[in-house]
Write a protein that binds this ligand. Structure first.
Ligand code: SF4
Length: 368
């Protein structure tokens, strides 16, 4: 998606290829695209006047036709456990959230710093447990708006934890594969050596199960990791909480993940929110184990951050222990993911909703 502001083109709305095309249109050599890219995504410079390796006439020429749009930090909240939640404001006033989640070693030093980024303002898929799903979809983010979340948080991470980010997960607001091109492009920006230079293996893109795109990512040779938000292990239960399952059910998902593994040879991750008395029984564990065997995989059992107005609630510790024991007995590679930032509403979409996304509130009301 190309964003124009007052007839000027926003260079951060362009893919790398389109940035090169923009330079070619301006009769600039290819290395100028590299320089612009580096200024925007490595040095975080948004004013042409500060791009000192460009000549003054070129800077003036660029200022006449283009801008470097950026996202602003509207607010931050830090949790007792070190998690930092960011609310970013986009050029049109919409807000999205991202979270920095540190994992500490025995000496209390942060060794893994994961950023969870948003890919859309709101979401159209309406999963019943999700705060973002209540907003409806307002718009897609551009590649630059997605990459900027990680780049800005990387700088904060260096300041706060003395180390840059190590992993990125696309699990914030929105369904990443519903904004496929921008998401893939943003991940390519983040992995570019002239940006953060993160390894593709450290980037995980999550989906509710958009099968065409799971296969497309594999077929296009992208090395990013795949996570599937499963949350229920049979169609009857999944239909109840994830409307996507009506059109793309578990049998469609099975074909897609098997194709993904055949092509990439990469194992995948299933995300499974454990809800009290809904998907935490012995039968559920057995069905989940069957799914985990479709292709080499691991399962993250996630303790849910309860959301106001949602009937599904986080499962208790006893039920969690029993469920984990059953999975282990069934040879499933499963890990418990404790919810982080409980004291700051760090669950998907909670902060943006609390801060009030006006249009989103209207949509949620209209579709209620
Ligand atoms: S869980 Fe993901 S796909 Fe479902 S409504 Fe929330 S953001 Fe959308």
């Amino acid at each position: 998606m190309t964003t124009k502001t007052s007839s000027k083109i926003n260079l951060k709305s362009l893919s790398r290829t389109n940035l090169e095309a923009f330079c070619a249109d301006m009769k600039l050599p290819r290395y100028r695209a590299d320089q612009l890219f580096q200024w925007m995504y490595q040095k975080e410079v948004n004013e042409f006047s500060e791009m000192t390796n460009l000549s003054k006439p070129l800077r003036d020429q660029l200022s006449e036709v283009a801008i470097v749009g950026t996202i602003g930090t509207a607010s931050t909240q830090k949790s007792k456990d070190g998690t930092i939640k960011f609310l970013f404001e986009l050029h049109d006033g919409h807000k999205v959230e991202a979270v920095l989640i540190p994992d500490f070693d025995e000496d209390g030093k942060a060794n893994r710093l994961t950023v969870c980024v948003s890919s859309q303002v709101g979401c159209v898929f309406g999963c019943s447990f999700c705060a973002t799903g209540k907003m409806g979809l307002l718009r897609n983010l551009t590649p630059g708006e997605i990459a900027d979340q990680a780049i800005k948080i990387n700088t904060i991470s260096e300041e706060v934890y003395g180390k840059g980010i190590t992993n990125i997960v696309y699990m914030g607001m929105g369904e990443p594969f519903h904004n496929y091109e921008a998401v893939i492009e943003s991940a390519c920006i983040i992995t570019d050596p002239k940006s953060l230079g993160l390894s593709p293996k450290r980037i995980t893109i999550s989906t509710v199960g958009l099968t065409k795109h799971i296969m497309k990512m594999a077929d296009h040779g992208h090395k990013f990791r795949l996570a599937v938000s499963l949350h229920a292990a049979n169609d009857t239960k999944r239909d109840k909480i994830m409307p996507i399952n009506h059109s793309l059910n578990l049998s469609n998902l099975k074909n897609a993940v098997q194709h993904y593994f055949t092509v990439t040879k990469n194992p995948l991750t299933y995300e499974y929110l454990l809800f009290d008395n809904f998907n935490d029984s012995e039968d559920d564990a057995r069905e989940l184990a069957d799914i985990a065997r479709w292709a080499p995989s691991k399962v993250n059992i996630i303790m849910y951050n309860n959301v106001a107005g949602v009937t599904l609630k986080r499962a208790g510790e006893e039920r969690l222990d029993k469920f984990m024991r059953q999975l282990r007995d069934l040879d499933v590679r499963a890990t418990v993911r404790r919810s982080r930032g409980d004291d700051i509403d760090a669950g998907c979409g909670q902060l943006a909703i609390r801060e009030g996304v006006q249009k989103g509130k209207t949509i949620a009301k209209e579709t209620a």
